[in-house]
Design a protein around this ligand. Structure first.
Ligand code: FAD
Length: 397
């Protein structure tokens, strides 16, 4: 027997995009239900490096730089509990990131030009522990870029609105009005959810959802196609690792950021370094063994004063999911792609979620979407929270 539930908005995908939007929409008075088909935390979100970028790393992308600059205050408000989305239970790993060069011969004119309130050149006495070594001769800048513990962010976003989040096992069946807009979905156990609006925040999963939608209705053909940009991240564990949140910069070699290092914790509360940047983008062609061997050489080159013989190494392949770009480049803007009464979302950077939420609300306003329904909640299972790969100890290779 069919059971019909009602809500204002249905969201697909429990990564940061879906969870943030669910929190925001609920706070401003809409009823909403989020559906996740695997585990919360997504594919990309839980394995992101957690950096609230201020744009220093993306100087060739002015729109993203301008947007990221605006985001810092929105995140501070959320983390302090004075924003629309409340993140007071989210752990902040670091208030600052360090931009550092391998040695003193690297030309830093590019970074000197960025110096201001949020980007400072440091003197040796203020260097982070890992670079405070007599043999380290490089130059260090401090950027006002917070780094978050992503599992705690996901947990916080989930706990705020846990009653509205459900796990789905089967593909949804879409129902349409005569004008081609969507009006409901059918899920397992003959559960029907009627809604005014549908938001697709399923990362790479948007591709298959969009294909199903496009097959069933001509109205949604204009939704953008997606691209996946693969990464091959590296993880290092060793007993005496210091905490480090650092972007190695090498502008004169054309290799913009040879490595970006963030520090996370495994299930035994031991530190794990997580390596992204060029090492991960250029490492997609390497096998796991080749990538580890490359990372070992690279860390020896960049941080030779650390001893790496007692380190264990592993790698993670993960795709960034974004709207399709010419030459598969980094998109120049967040994607909030509207068609009839549905939106497809790709934040591009999780740090841009406040911007995404503002754009969604602007669309709701322009389409005169009013909060009308009190959600009636379906009797479906609850999803679990995904654990990041660094939670288990790294294996020795
Ligand atoms: C290695 C890496 C490092 C990064 N570092 C940073 C960083 O430091 N700072 C930054 O700002 N950004 C960073 N990013 C980018 C950022 O992580 C992403 O932009 C963001 O997490 C995307 O979130 P999302 O919710 O759109 O997608 P995802 O996190 O991929 O979540 C999508 C969710 O949808 C679910 N789903 C899929 N299909 C369906 C379906 N049919 N029905 C229901 N649910 C479905 C998935 O299971 C998943 O839970 C990084 C990305 C990567 C890959």
């Amino acid at each position: 027997m069919k059971t019909i539930y009602k809500t204002d908005v249905v969201l697909f995908g429990g990564g940061v995009a879906g969870l943030w939007l669910l929190n925001h929409l609920k706070q401003v008075g809409y009823s909403a239900i989020l559906l996740e088909n695997e585990s919360l935390g997504g594919i990309q979100t839980i394995h992101s490096q957690g950096v609230i970028h201020s744009g220093f790393k993306y100087q060739n992308n002015p729109i993203i730089v301008a947007q990221l600059k605006q985001m810092r205050q929105a995140w501070i408000d959320a983390l302090q509990g004075s924003g629309i989305v409340q993140l007071t239970k989210t752990k902040i790993f670091a208030q600052k990131q360090h931009y550092w060069t391998q040695n003193k011969t690297v030309n830093t004119d590019f970074y000197d030009d960025l110096v201001g309130d949020d980007f400072k050149r440091l003197s040796k006495t203020d260097f982070p522990t890992v670079l405070k070594h007599p043999n380290y001769t490089g130059q260090v800048f401090e950027a006002a870029e917070m780094v978050l513990d992503m599992p705690s962010l996901i947990n916080n976003l989930y706990e705020n609105v846990a009653d509205c989040i459900f796990k789905i096992k089967d593909k949804p069946v879409f129902y349409f009005n005569e004008n081609g807009s969507m009006n409901a979905i059918r899920l397992e156990k003959d559960t029907i959810i009627e809604a005014q609006f549908f938001i697709f925040c399923a990362g790479a999963g948007n591709e298959s959802l969009m294909n199903d939608l496009k097959i069933n209705s001509l109205s949604f053909q204009s939704f953008q196609k997606i691209q996946k940009r693969p990464l091959h991240q590296v993880l290092i564990q060793k007993p005496d690792l210091p905490s480090f949140y650092g972007v190695c910069v090498s502008p004169e070699q054309g290799a913009f950021t040879p490595v970006i290092i963030t520090t996370h914790y495994n299930n035994k509360k031991q530190k794990v370094w997580y390596l992204g940047g060029d090492i991960a983008t250029k490492g997609v062609e390497r096998s796991e063994k080749e990538q580890i061997s490359f990372a070992q050489t690279e860390m020896q080159r960049l941080l030779p004063h650390l001893h790496w013989s007692d380190a264990t190494w592993t790698t993670l392949r993960v795709d960034r999911a974004e709207p399709l770009q010419a030459a598969a480049s980094l998109p120049t803007d967040v994607c909030v792609d509207v068609c009839m009464n549905a939106i497809q979302v790709f934040p591009v950077k999780f740090a841009l979620m406040p911007e995404v939420a503002d754009k969604v609300l602007t669309i709701f306003k322009s389409l005169k979407i009013k909060a009308i329904a009190q959600s009636t909640l379906p009797k479906l299972d609850k999803p679990t929270l995904l654990k990041p790969i660094w939670f288990e100890s790294c294996k020795r290779i």
